[in-house]
Design a protein around this ligand. Structure first.
Ligand code: GAP
Length: 521
């Protein structure tokens, strides 16, 4: 529902079939499976569309990604508190939020094969226009007028609305009364816990509540690997402000000079490309209306850039009126240049007081808070809701890290050390050095994820680590026995330097935390 796109604008980028590296999404899926990052779920039984299992390396990397998101957005801020809510909750939550009634996409059926598709996606592919957010009637008209057919060339049914919420039954009696939903976004649990967090958190407006965890959507046509799944994870913040102080962003100076690739509604209507301008310019020219909105957009870009995403592959795009979700008054998507075009990576919506008001109405509980200054009760507004998919972020970092290094003759996965599944690999040059190498491995294994590999030529072992993103290889050679020094090899440059074993742990800590550069060793 939040993933809408302007129907007036030509999808220039849908034409872009490949990334600059020539790596398509299917190639990425093959790579992820081959190296143990991600597997299709239950593959031995033929798999299940829209479900994936993270393998040993993917699990490490995903955990690292989530941990760094949490550190940046929650632990390093005084104004954001975290929760970890349940996946199933009272179904009234979803009635109040509007999901039970309205959370859907428009479906069409191939009248011959009975395969089902998202009507907007078929139209986007056939006519090269954005169609997300259009009503079933408008989509039906476009299909008729342009004679759009199914991918197999057959007639299509009339489009109809399809609700994406997964349902289940809770308790031993299965009836309409025991029906419950799997959460379709983590956000609603934040809203339903708003008062508890406020009352126990000793916090004042403005403040945010963050959560990360699983969400479930019965997508009509899951596709593009991890991009559109039926089970995925989100990392979300609801940022609450006083309704009379929506423009008072005390952190704006932190980001005011940051530059971003911006594509406003106005620019889209004029058929313009995104422009690289500063937050200051965007606010001065009223391209972005709210300083809070600008602040969170810039912060999100900062987070991606800090961990190795290429800023040239990121832009922010404003939603047109017809693509805004029912709860949203303004929304900007952070988009990434995926191999098949610019696509939503994160939605950052102004949700106003829509959700809290809905929960006040449906629960009949007072969710307002007391404003000491005016001595009045107020219902806070969500001025920005950074809502990011873990799995889409995982793809972004993988795409931007992937480098088919022809000179080296192997793939180099240039992941940020913090995200790398293994921070180091310990490699004895020959088997005779095993006991020394084991001792080195044992001395650092508690501090960082570390791989031990004694098989194959040293070149082959370096290549294996390059391919899974290990930033540093630690080699033990005969000199190590004499001088207690090992060699550290840098994945990105292949440069090597010698370090005392007694300094290894500290050196590695500094390298991983970006406190020193390899060239400074
Ligand atoms: N609370 C607002 C919300 O859920 P959304 O745009 O529907 O907004 C937010 O979802 C983010 O969740 C998306 O930008 C995307 O990264 C991720 N996401 C949504 N649907 C997804 C799916 N089917 N598969 C993978 N990620 C998805």
């Amino acid at each position: 529902m939040a993933e809408k796109a302007a129907n007036t604008v030509e999808t220039k980028t849908a034409k872009a079939a490949e990334t600059s590296k020539g790596l398509g999404i299917d190639d990425m899926a093959v790579f992820c499976k081959k190296k143990g990052f991600v597997f299709p779920s239950s593959e031995i039984y033929g798999g299940m569309a829209g479900f994936f299992d993270y393998g040993p390396l993917g699990t490490e990397m995903k955990n690292n990604l989530k941990q760094e998101w949490w550190r940046f957005h929650v632990q390093s801020r005084q104004d954001v508190l975290g929760i970890d809510g349940s996946i199933i909750c009272n179904p009234k939550v979803w009635v109040a939020s509007g999901h039970a009634e309205k959370f859907g996409d428009v479906l069409v059926e191939d009248l011959k094969t009975h395969e089902r598709f998202r009507a907007d996606v078929l139209i986007e592919e056939a006519l090269r226009i954005h169609a997300d957010g259009l009503s079933p009637e408008d989509l039906g008209k476009l299909i008729k007028e342009n004679n759009v057919k199914s991918p197999k060339g057959n007639e299509l049914s009339n489009p109809r609305q399809f609700n994406l919420m997964f349902t289940t039954n809770v308790g031993p009696v299965q009836s309409e009364n025991s029906k419950a939903y799997l959460r379709a976004e983590t956000a609603q649990i934040i809203f339903s816990e708003f008062k508890n967090v406020y009352e126990t958190g000793r916090i004042k407006l403005p403040f945010g509540i963050a959560q990360m965890g699983r969400a479930f959507r019965n997508e009509i046509a899951p596709r593009h690997f991890l991009f559109r799944c039926r089970e995925f994870e989100q990392m979300e913040i609801e940022y609450f402000v006083h309704p009379d102080k929506k423009d008072d962003c005390m952190f704006i100076e932190e980001v005011i000079e940051d530059k971003m690739n911006i594509l406003s509604v106005d620019m889209q209507t004029k058929g313009q490309e995104e422009k690289n301008i500063s937050v200051k310019q965007a606010l001065d020219k009223k391209i972005i209306q709210s300083p809070w909105h600008a602040y969170w957009l810039a912060k999100e870009l900062q987070w991606f850039a800090r961990y190795g995403a290429n800023p040239d592959n990121l832009r922010i795009r404003q939603h047109g009126k017809d693509e805004l979700a029912h709860y949203s008054t303004d929304c900007w998507d952070l988009e990434y240049r995926f191999p098949w075009g610019w696509k939503e990576l994160e939605g950052i919506a102004d949700r106003s007081d829509f959700d809290l008001q809905q929960h006040i109405k449906h629960s009949k509980k007072d969710l307002s808070i007391y404003d000491e200054e005016t001595k009045k009760k107020v219902v806070p507004h969500v001025v920005a809701e950074p809502s990011l998919g873990v799995d889409r972020s995982f793809l972004v970092f993988m795409f931007d890290a992937y480098d088919d290094d022809k000179e080296r003759g192997n793939i180099v996965l240039r992941l940020h050390p913090k995200f790398a599944p293994y921070k180091a690999a310990v490699l004895p040059l020959v088997n005779k050095l095993e006991s020394k190498a084991r001792a080195v491995y044992d001395s650092i294994k508690e501090e960082m994820t570390c791989y031990y590999d004694k098989s194959g030529s040293i070149g082959r072992r370096y290549a294996r680590q390059d391919e899974i993103g290990t930033p540093y290889c630690i080699t033990i050679d005969f000199e190590t026995l004499d001088n207690e020094e090992i060699t550290i090899r840098d994945r990105d440059t292949t440069a090597q330097t010698r370090v005392k074993i007694s300094d290894l742990k500290e050196t590695m800590r500094k390298l991983i935390n970006d406190e020193i550069k390899f060239s400074e060793l």
